[in-house]
Design a protein around this ligand. Sequence first.
Ligand code: HEC
Ligand code: HEC
Length: 449
Amino acid sequence: MKRRSLSVAFAVSLCAIAALVGPAVHGSAVVAQIADTVSGTGAEPDATALFNDGRAIFRDDTFGDEAFWGGALKLHQAIEGSALGGVGGGVSPKTALSVGLKVDVDRLPAQLVAAIKAGNVDLNTPATTVALLKAKAVVGVVGSFGPANDKELTSVGISCALCHSTVDNSVAPGIGHRLDGWPNRDLNVGAIIDLAPDLSVVQSLLGVNRPTIDKVLKSWGPGKFDAELFLDGKAFRPDGKSAATLIPAAYGLAGVNLHTYTGWGSVPYWNAFVAVLEMHGQGDFTDTRLDNAKQFPVAAKAHFGHVRHSPDLVTPKLAALHYYQMSLSAPTAPPASFDAAAAARGQALFAGRANCISCHQATRFTEGGWNMHTGAEIGIDNFQADRSPDHRYRTTPLRGIGASRMKGGFYHDGRYATLNDVVAHYNMTLKLGLATADQNDLVQYLKSL
Ligand code: HEC
Ligand code: HEC
């Protein structure tokens, strides 16, 4: 019965799915805004096309990275399991959801959503995961099918949305409408990579064996990834904790100068970096800073600053991708999520006695210009900063911080569990002399941003 309802749903649906496009989170408002801004210049069609292209790239483009995730790591075989021609027990939807993967309900046919809600879909079989992949409904995971059998998963790739989108849980935990730009702080990237039957490419890049890789991947935990591991080979901090960082918000970035926690470059810089060096897409990437073998031994040896592919599947997409990201505004905090009177007092402190505004400048909540600081300036160690070319931390833009970034803690590695802890840290390190009530007011203000 369970299997039947699923396959019936799919038979009805597979051709209809192509027509289903997930609603834009901030999409229509942004398009309207763009159209207003450019009206009279004749640029409207280009703006809309860029937005739509960028959204499609952000959500579904793998830049040809199937060669890595499917080809080299054989991750699709682990998803299928031996019953479907792969290896091991396979990945059921239940397992997929438990490692933080999300399902986009707007990519599923209505009958299937109804069946899921009624508990009539078997969430314990890898066959259902493969069917969800076929429907392009697993956020950020892109399956390849056929050609002999269009139900056979032949490879798998990842898109930006894997880490930088989540869902609103409106159908069930992990299943709902897509939220682009929201960091997926449930996603256990290390556990997912560790499912791969073959990690020999990673082993030879880092010059270590599989058990060592397993230990590193297990150390990351939910919501974290280590983008610098493949440059410097440093998996652990001097204190023995994981060197991974939290997945940051990818919204609220318009008007912000440098990006990543340690300010590697602009959004298009980092997009090319990630698409080529982290996702292993087929594209070009240039950065002679990575030739510095002392700071980046792994990258320098592998010539990561001089990557060329033909055809280049990344560079031609950077404009649209950038445009879409700039359109992702931060979510506004629900009125019930903070105390408005306390937030108003907190705002006065932020701009006044606590002087947070000297770095988190209105209205982007980071500095215009070179928004970088040493660890010493904010009272923390310089380990993560020293893994980047400028040896500094970038002032984090704070919009949306209360609404969606609570999971996993704050600062680049989540070292502060709550906003209260962050404010208490500033109070101590910057000798602000704030009373407990003042600190609470500041927290309410942060929650309102
Ligand atoms: C495996 C998870 C993962 C994937 C896939 C991924 N990112 Fe990221 N992204 C991260 C992490 C982790 C960071 C923080 C890196 C750091 O600071 O060292 C980050 C940082 C960023 C930032 C900087 C945000 C800021 O704070 O200013 C942007 C922009 C971004 N990613 C965009 C993208 C785009 C576009 C793609 C697809 C081409 C992508 N990412 C793919 C995990 C991921
Ligand atoms: C000297 C510049 C500077 C000052 C002053 C400053 N900040 Fe920050 N802030 C930063 C930097 C840099 C980071 C990034 C730290 C990291 O990721 O490790 C940051 C991070 C944060 C974060 C964490 C954001 C996140 O998503 O993890 C919060 C919250 C924050 N600051 C609030 C404040 C408040 C409140 C004040 C005033 C009491 C303040 N900051 C004063 C530079 C500053």
